[in-house]
Design a binder for this molecule. Structure first.
Ligand code: NAD
Ligand code: ZN
Length: 359
């Protein structure tokens, strides 16, 4: 069976695209209980962008703090309960922020129409009813969450996405000007999520021409942004990085991530390490999986003077490493792709623990 991939319905891209949000929403405002919900990264509270959010009197605006933890099932359930209790079913949900905020918006759009906790829907095609209209407005580029069919949440047992056709945004608003305030480390870690998506997509079983076409373009853009003559944070590169993120996500929808993301999920679930940063910590040590790309990645770190500590595993107990390896081992789709369908014959939890000890 081949994937039957659901794409974003509409995309607006370019400097100042943010200013078009109000017009785009106008056509949707009559649906359900006729109000919009804006989920915005707390970073923007009190900042200039907050004044530009086109919220009408009937709308709800939530500034969500995503710095303590990556998005959780509780966080989404609580927001859903509050919205339904106070105002009913929204006409639409708009997520303004990075992958964390976009995932909250995506999950919330499903949870306002589906009963029970979002924990029940972590997995593939478990969501029972279509959600409401939703829009993604990335403010840091790299995750591909703007186009993926998953909303990644951490629950009590697992870090796993709510994955189905209805998860995909109806509208993406890609305004490169929104990236200007991202600090250099974060710009690097999230941008490397895109780079690593493409490298992992091309290094395994599920790679194909569809994935390659998008992945090659995304990698070329990443190389210009991080290693080119004009490398660094500037508007021209932000325009490129925003498209790299989109194309990296599209490359991935038709392939799979691998060893790096498996290790990264273990780090995030057990230690709360942020996704992009966790990927970077792992990728640095995965030369046997990703070859020259690891050297290229190291040259990017050097060029931008990015913080990437080593020797972290010295501080981890055996139980911690064991727990992380358990999480990583239980991502069979990633190991299928990275090692092959017979990976269980070649690869053990002990092997994964050895990788963690390198960090
Ligand atoms: P993020 O959303 O976690 O944000 C990282 C930091 O950047 C935060 O401190 C945030 O406040 C700050 N920030 C965001 N925009 C800013 C701006 N314009 N100026 C200044 N600061 C800004 O970062 P991320 O790397 O985009 O997202 C990571 C999350 O995405 C993880 O939770 C991960 O699980 C998820 N993810 C989802 C998918 C998917 O397909 N759904 C794919 C990859 C990652
Ligand atoms: Zn990722």
């Amino acid at each position: 069976m081949h994937k039957n991939f659901k794409n974003i319905d509409k995309i607006v891209y370019g400097k100042g695209a943010f200013n078009q949000i109000d017009d785009i929403l106008a056509a949707k405002r009559d649906e359900n209980d006729k109000f919009m919900v804006f989920i915005v990264d707390k970073y923007f509270e009190g900042k200039e962008l907050a004044d530009r959010i086109p919220a009408h009197a009937e709308d709800m605006v939530f500034f969500e703090d995503i710095d303590q933890y990556e998005p959780t099932t509780d966080q989404v359930d609580n927001l859903r309960d509050k919205i339904l209790a106070e105002k009913g079913v929204p006409a639409g949900i708009i997520g303004i922020g990075g992958g964390s905020i976009m995932d909250i918006a995506k999950a919330l759009s499903l949870m306002v129409t589906n009963e029970g906790s979002s924990q029940l829907y972590q997995g593939l095609n478990l969501v029972k009813k279509a959600g409401v209209y939703h829009m993604g407005v990335p403010t840091v580029a790299g995750t591909g969450a703007e186009c993926s069919m998953t909303a990644v949440l951490t629950g009590p047992v697992k870090k796993l996405g709510l994955k189905c056709d209805w998860t995909v945004f109806n509208q993406a608003v890609l305004d490169p000007e929104l990236l200007s305030t991202v600090d250099t480390n974060q710009w690097f870690y999230t941008g490397m999520d895109c780079y690593i998506h493409c490298i992992e997509a091309e290094s395994g079983l599920y790679f194909n021409a569809y994935s390659k076409a998008y992945g090659d373009q995304a990698l070329a853009l990443c190389r210009e942004v991080y290693l080119g003559e004009n490398a660094g944070q500037n508007l021209e590169n932000d325009e490129k990085l925003m498209i790299a993120s989109l194309f990296g996500g599209l490359s991935l929808t038709y392939s799979e991530v691998g060893a790096c993301h498996a290790l990264s999920y273990g780090l995030s679930k057990i230690l709360g390490t942020r996704h992009g940063y966790a990927n970077c910590l792992a990728f640095y040590h995965l030369e046997e999986f990703y070859g020259d790309a690891v050297n290229e990645f190291k040259s990017m770190i050097e060029k931008h003077n990015v913080d990437l500590p080593q020797g972290l595993s010295k501080e981890w107990s055996e139980e911690t490493i064991d727990a992380m390896a358990e999480v990583a081992y239980n991502l069979p789709h990633m190991w299928n792709h990275a090692i092959g369908l017979d990976w269980k014959e070649k690869w053990t939890k002990e092997d994964i623990k050895k990788l963690y000890r390198r960090l």
